[in-house]
Structure formats: C-alpha cells, structure tokens
Write a protein that binds this ligand. Sequence first.
Ligand code: ADP
Ligand code: MG
Length: 399
Amino acid sequence: MYLRRLTLDQFRTYERLDLELPQVGLRISGRNASGKTSILEALVMLSTTRSPRAAADREVVRWQSGDDYGVRPYARIEASVELRDGPKRVGLNLELDADRRAVIRKQFLLGSEQVRAHDLVGAVKCVLFSPEDVLLVSGAPSERRRQIDILISQFDRVYLRALSQYGRVLAQRNQLLKRFARERRAARDPGAVNEVSFWDEEIVAAGAVVMAHRHLVVERISELVSARSADLVAGAAIGFEYLPRLDVPEGRLGTNRDENRGHFAAIFQAAVEQARPEEFRRGMTIVGPHRDDFKFLIAQRDLASYGSRGQQRLGMVAYRLAEIDIIDEQSGERPILLLDDVLSELDSVHRDMLLSAVAGCGCQILVTSTDPITLDHPVLHTLPAAYIEDGMAAVKIDM
Ligand SMILES: Nc1ncnc2c1ncn2[C@@H]1O[C@H](COP(=O)(O)OP(=O)(O)O)[C@@H](O)[C@H]1O
Ligand SMILES: [Mg+2]
C-alpha cells in the first residue's frame, strides 16, 4: 500500500498541511522541531488510532486551535491511500472541550463512513523505525507488549477484539479484587469466590485467545528475525521469544491455534485459582497476558544482558524488518515504512545495512532527518526530497 495524500488540520504545529506523495516515498529534512515527526505521527495515529509518542490524545491538537474561529479546539488527519484493491480515504477527528482538558469527540472515518476504532485499525499499515526502538530490547515489558499488540492488531481482527475484551474484563475484575482487599475478604469465602468466578471465566476466555495468537505470531516473527539478522550480518543469529506469564509445560503447545487456546485456558484457569489468596490480599489480578513479556536472544542468551550495543541495534532493525515481512504475509499489503531520524545516529556500516534492507522491500518510504546530507544516500536517490519549515501549509517537493 502507499500513501497518496496526507492532510493535517490543526495537528501539532500545523495549522494546515497538504502533502502529495509519490509512490516511492519522500525524503523529509528540516531543522529540529520543524514538524517532521508530527507528519509520521499522524500516519501512525491513522494506523493504530493512537499517537506513538503522546501520553494523551489532546496533546496533538494544535495549541492555537479554536482560538481563531470561535469553535472548540480540534485536530483532523485525513489520508488517501492506495491499497491492492483500490484507493481508500481514511480519517481521524479529535475535538476537545473549551479548556482543552479532555477529548469530547474522537471520530474515525473509512471511505465516506464513520466507523468504530476497531474498524480503522490496520486500514493503514505502517512500520515505524524510531530512535525509541532501543526500548524494544532494553525497555520495560509493557513497551514490548504494546509493540506486539500494535503489530498483531494490524492484521488480526480476532486478536484485536480479544485484546480489548481482555482489557475491559481486567479492569472490572481488578475493581472487585480491590474491594475484596479493602474488606479483607478471605480467599476461601464462598460468597466472594462465587462473585469473582464470573470474571475468572471471562478473563480466562479472552486471555486464552490473546496468548494463543501471540504464541503463533511470535513463533513466526522469531523465524523472520533470525533470517533477517543473518541477512544483515553473516553469522548473526538473533532470536525472539514469547515469555507468557504462565508456566506452560514444555512441549504442550503445537501449531494449531484452537488447541493451543484450550491449553492456555486450562493453564490460566489453574493459575487463577492458585493465585486466589495473593490476588485477594493485593487487590489485583496478578496472572495473565497483561504480564507477558518477550525477549530477544543472542546465542540462546538474553540480548538485553549479553548483547553488545551493535548486536542490540541489529536485533531492533531485524525486528522491524520482520514486521514488514509478517504484515505482507498476513495481509498481502506492503506496509508504509516510516524512518524517523534513525539514520543520523547510525555509523555508515549500519546505515548501509538498514537502507539496503529497506530498499529491497518495495515499500513506500518516508524518511526524515535534520541533516539533508544523511538522506543523500544512493539507496534513497529515487525518493524526491522535501524541506519542512515550521508550520508550513504545503510542502514543495523537488522531483
Ligand atoms: N499541540 C501542539 N500545538 C502546536 N505546536 C506543537 C504542539 N505539539 C508540539 N508542538 C511543536 O511542534 C514542534 C515539534 O514538532 P516535531 O514534529 O517533533 O518536530 P521534528 O520532528 O521536526 O523535530 C515543536 O516546536 C513543538 O513545540
Ligand atoms: Mg523528530
């Protein structure tokens, strides 16, 4: 897929931006804080409904929005993308209350219709390479879970539904457990157990789907990460592994997702019962996929602890390349590649490595840098260059 046109209205520093893009992509340069990342951020928001960097949606609404026209502050993103089966329009609107404290409306548009968030997710598929990718290796488990969730959600609707169901059930169950902890209810109290068992069933059902899907997707990603890392550096074998929070007996899981779901459900149910006293005491759910982790391996050891910086970087790049592969495999669409400021911090060897790998993907590439020189690489020469200035309305592209 590729992006033909992107329009931003009251988004971040842009009062308005109209950007027409060629199929190969674009090299975007501009000084610091000129609005380069904001362009890529808008695309990721269309893809996932959330910003990859903002803690709250309201942050992306232009500060001056609403001042000029006597309307509530708002931001709009609209894109025309070309898919395998034709063009599609995709949009996202945000509206804040007059004090800018809260989002009072968040709308998703697909074609000419208003849709739910779920239906928008994955309509635009992209893979973002950013300086924060180091968190994939060395960051908290929550960051890795977020990345895996975003990836799988782009091509797996069942997963996306189970994941949001799991989130809702988890919140409800935690509320109940919190009350039990406050009231010092005993884990053997039949009334309490009866009350929580409804939520046990719900959380086990949704959680088993989440884990079964994660398991098989990560098995495939692991193969792709190994293949990609070996392509990038001869002899390098980087692995990637799913670490469910539950103890899954060796050899229990196979290649059938439904059977695996049954195994996960049984294991999860047993773990929930075993954790009962501690959950009642602490007032929260302590087992389940909201505690899962994922690990990079080098020679069967933890890459975060034993890998050199170069090897860790290789792991991150191989993982992003594996994302391209798996999105393509699962959906038949090549994602749009967003390279945000990643070239300047690489040495020339790693830069060549990354660029030749992405150049071979046949994807549209949007690459940014403060320094046009870093974008002056043979692999990027087919990409027209654009120079961004603070708050500009239209981008002049040197073809
Ligand atoms: N909601 C907002 N309204 C207006 N300006 C914003 C908003 N959020 C961030 N900015 C400004 O946008 C600029 C950052 O844009 P960014 O896309 O990160 O730039 P770059 O990637 O080129 O360094 C900064 O000048 C910042 O102050
Ligand atoms: Mg930036």
